[in-house]
Design a protein around this ligand. Structure first.
Ligand code: SAM
Length: 284
């Protein structure tokens, strides 16, 4: 099938004008106006013709239009009702034969619990204000997602992919590591968007691994991670007080986990956080 003509700056602006839609900061509405950027995202996403992609925040359809020829189906979740209603119209106009392969859901992605089909991939230019929680929500809710490729704020891309010991290592780094291996997949400038954001962007890929940890320990592990980085300059014996009790109990739990109570969260890898959760569960 021949590739549909992708949307450029003129088409995106004309579409927004025809819908009387002004991009809002609140919903992170920065639309991609550069066909090369969407081609790059699709290329980096490692897709094949039998894949089902879930796209969060399709907006005016720049990326959706490039995804459709590559996969079996795209399920697009868009919170803005005007944009969600317009998307099938835009796809029919630019790629009529592919319109049947698109399902649009007008909803807040953070509240999605089920989808009409099991996605194999998550591919999105994410709304930057909710990028980490929304990705974690989808990884947890849809185990069929084996890989994601998302565009996020550059700083968030760095955090997602960071390892222990670095300044930018934090909650997103540890929680993402629960699900898979995260790698940065390139930088993106500001001028590929309309309106141009105040921050640089970056691509991030994650390939899911079979978790070696008991899924039942995840919630407690994540609470410990939140507490450890909530006061990241404090030692674990102090920072974990809010969830693990008084200092002597915390010390005992940390020692049972083989972790130095004088260490800080930023020094610990996922395995150590899981060990703390397992030790805590035994005494809770
Ligand atoms: N994918 C489009 C593109 O690349 O041009 C638009 C990307 S724009 C950065 C983010 C999109 O996510 C907007 O269309 C916005 O309305 C939508 N959005 C924001 N918050 C959302 C949420 N909680 N659930 C679903 N969509 C959301």
């Amino acid at each position: 099938m021949s590739e549909p003509t992708l949307l450029g700056a003129a088409e995106i602006r004309a579409l927004a004008t025809s819908l009387n839609a002004t991009p809002t900061k609140k919903l992170g509405q920065n639309f991609v106006i550069d066909p090369n950027t969407v081609r790059r995202i699709v290329h980096q996403a490692h897709l094949s013709s039998s894949d089902v992609v879930v796209e969060i925040g399709p907006g005016l359809g720049s990326l959706t239009l490039a995804l459709l020829p590559e996969v079996a189906h795209v399920v697009a979740v868009e919170i803005d009702p005007v944009l969600a209603n317009q998307l099938p119209v835009t796809i029919s106009k630019h790629a009529s034969a592919l319109a049947k392969n698109l399902t649009v859901i007008n909803a807040d992605a953070m509240r999605i619990e089920t989808l009409p089909m099991s996605p194999t991939h998550l591919v999105a230019n994410l709304p930057y204000n909710v990028s980490v929680p929304v990705v974690l929500h989808f990884l947890e809710s849809f185990p069929s997602i084996k890989e994601f490729l998302v565009m996020v704020q550059a700083e968030v891309a760095d955090r997602m992919a960071a390892g222990p010991g670095s300044k930018i290592y934090g909650v997103p780094s540890v929680k993402m590591a629960w699900y898979g291996k995260v790698d940065k997949a390139g930088a993106v400038g500001r001028n590929v968007f309309w309106p141009a954001p105040n921050v640089d962007s970056g691509l991030v890929r994650m390939v899911r691994h079979e978790s070696t940890y008991d899924p039942k320990i995840r919630v407690l592990t994540f609470s410990i991670v939140d507490a450890a980085f909530g006061q990241r300059r404090k030692t674990l014996r102090t920072a974990l007080g809010s969830i693990l009790g008084a200092p002597p109990e915390i010390e005992a739990i940390l020692r049972a986990a083989g972790v130095d109570p004088g260490a800080r969260g930023e020094q610990l890898g996922l395995a150590e956080f899981v060990a703390i959760a397992q030790a805590a569960k035994k005494v809770m």
